[in-house]
Ligand binder design. Structure first.
Ligand code: SME
Length: 156
């Protein structure tokens, strides 16, 4: 296993340590963003979107680490984030230039993953990661990030 694969493989345990500190939902989400952003060079923007608290089928930007984004609210179905909220499935795009239903956060982004957080089958949040590298995020990342999102459901 190369060095970065080892780092990625160790992320769920580190995320569980953050969750166990019980510092409150948004503080945990922010610390998990910081962990992922700081440990993996390919993760250039890491953030969470949460469902609109008033019940509209829209996502609202939550804690994140990276450049500010204009996408503060995203309707379900729109972009990669909206697709994941709509289908309750992970969406992994190794080349965003080939994706027609995509909302550009920064012109530098090349690959992106969005992983839903489900609580007893209900959508409670999603993790969004952008990379400036083509295929900077792949199948191994997906497995690890899905594990972290499964553990995060305890916060909701
Ligand atoms: N690219 C996302 C929008 C959110 S930004 O990446 C932070 C999308 O297509 O939904």
């Amino acid at each position: 296993m190369n060095e970065i694969r080892k780092v990625v493989a160790g992320l769920p345990e580190k995320a569980r340590e953050i969750i166990a500190r019980k510092t409150g939902r948004d503080a945990v989400l922010e610390q998990v963003c910081r962990l992922l952003h700081d440990e993996v060079p390919a993760y250039d923007w890491v953030g969470f979107y949460l469902p609109d608290p008033d019940g509209r089928r829209e996502l609202v930007l939550g804690p994140y680490v990276g450049e500010p984004t204009e996408h503060i609210r995203i309707p379900f179905g729109r972009g990669i984030c909206g697709q994941s909220a709509d289908t309750l499935k992970t969406v992994l795009v190794e080349d965003v230039t080939s994706e027609s239903n995509y909302l550009a956060c920064s012109p530098s982004v090349r690959s992106e993953i969005v992983v839903p957080v489900l609580k007893e089958g209900d959508f409670v949040a999603e993790l969004d990661i952008d990379s400036h590298r083509y295929a900077g995020i792949g199948a191994t990342d997906r497995k690890i990030l899905e594990q972290i999102c499964a553990d995060l459901s305890d916060l909701f």
